[in-house]
Write a protein that binds this ligand. Structure first.
Ligand code: GLA
Length: 385
């Protein structure tokens, strides 16, 4: 009897030890990021027309998450570790679809067919003049009245060893918002296991058309709930910018940033010289000409937030980036968790061709022709120190 009890006791201790070893092994695996990346799908409501909207959560092996919905192929949430490994949402957005449907300044949106402005909503292509809606007087902004940010995209899973990924497709009809040609646009969101959110865009058309796709996420690396971004430190690999008139349309010149508040060649606090940018509403809202000139996937910007230690590096194949400091945020938007978004509550780094390129022969062309494929890659890579 006693011998059996001793035997059972020993087996118990051995089994316990084995279990502990297994859970320690699990925890280690988790720490080392050996778990599989995954994608979760959920219903996210309906548009006023009754179209179902889906929300996809991409989870990488270190537990970072990105949420994207089919309405506007919008990035609604991005949870990133700080220097202590604490996760925090670093993009502005709403709790539910209703928030987005009520109208908002392109939070997290995939913007197209042409991101940024087209002067007076007009351009001429192959001898024909096209007229677009003037939705940002006196210009067209971000695709018009119902741009790619306000349509429902088709989602499909993508298999990749790099992390978790989803592909979103939208077919924009010939004449939609005044643009020529049936255009099929795709964007693949990949949340890599190296904590990077990678956006791969393509587009194809059956008539020549301008195309300029971008993502309009408002970042706050201290956390979307933590006030303004003026203490973030920014480096931009751009020696030049495109000066613009007071309706944000480029004059056509390309000027050095040196000795201006736009000089971010070396790391600088965003708030350091922001007050010197006069005009209405003030702040940064400028197209920077990247030194890489859009010739290759290159580092465009580095942003560091001192309190949390979060760092975001942005790489892109585009020739320009619109650096925008949320100047029009005026406390009218209440975001996720009841946070009121105020002026400079987030910053955008919108990879792009220069604004109004379709009307400036000296800017890199944004015209896509039949038979060609438009490609754009932008990566937002996160770390913490
Ligand atoms: C862009 C523009 C800004 C503003 C925002 C949306 O970034 O450059 O001027 O219109 O979109 O509010």
């Amino acid at each position: 009897m006693r011998r059996t009890a001793v035997f059972l006791g020993v087996v118990g201790v051995l089994l316990g030890g084995l279990c502990m070893a297994f859970s320690a092994e699990d925890a280690k695996k988790k720490r080392q990021g050996k778990e599989k990346a995954s994608v979760k799908k959920e219903a996210f409501g309906k548009t006023p027309e009754g179209v179902e909207v889906e929300l996809y959560t991409l989870i990488n092996t270190s537990g970072m998450t990105a949420k994207i919905m089919t309405y506007g192929a919008i990035l609604t949430e991005l949870d990133v570790p700080d220097r202590d490994g604490k996760m925090g949402d670093v993009v502005l957005g709403f709790d539910d679809l209703k928030g987005y449907l009520a109208g908002h300044p392109y939070f997290g949106a995939t913007v197209g067919r042409v991101a940024n402005r087209i002067a007076k909503g007009r351009f001429t292509l192959d001898g024909k003049e096209y007229k677009l809606a003037v939705n940002n007087k006196p210009n067209t902004l971000h695709g018009g009245l119902k741009g790619f940010d306000k349509v429902v995209w088709q989602a499909e899973p993508v298999k990749t060893a790099d992390g978790a990924a989803m592909k979103f497709t939208y077919v924009s009809k010939d004449g939609e918002e005044g643009y020529p040609g049936n255009l099929t646009a795709t964007v693949v969101y990949t949340l890599t296991n190296e904590n990077a959110l990678r956006l791969d865009y393509t587009a194809k058309t059956d008539k020549a058309t301008p195309v300029n796709l971008t993502n309009h996420s408002y970042f706050n690396l201290a956390g979307a709930k933590s006030g303004d971004i003026l203490n973030h430190e920014l480096t931009l690999n751009a020696d030049k910018y495109t000066p613009a008139d007071d309706t944000f349309i480029p004059t056509g010149e390309i000027k050095p940033v040196k000795d201006t508040p736009l000089d971010f060649i070396k790391p600088k606090r965003i708030g350091e010289r922001i007050e010197q940018l006069k005009g209405e509403p003030g702040g940064y809202d400028h197209n920077f000409v990247l030194n890489s000139a859009g010739k290759e996937l290159a580092l465009a910007a580095t942003v560091r937030e001192p309190k949390t230690g979060r760092i975001m590096e942005m790489f892109t194949t585009e020739p320009g980036v619109q650096f925008y400091t949320g100047n029009f945020l005026d406390g009218k938007q209440t975001g996720r968790g009841g946070v009121v978004y105020k002026k400079h509550g987030g910053f955008c780094l919108e990879a792009q061709h220069f604004p109004d390129s379709v009307n400036h022969a000296n800017f890199p062309s944004m015209v896509l022709k039949p038979g060609e494929t438009y490609r754009q890659v932008t990566i937002y890579k996160f770390s913490a120190k």
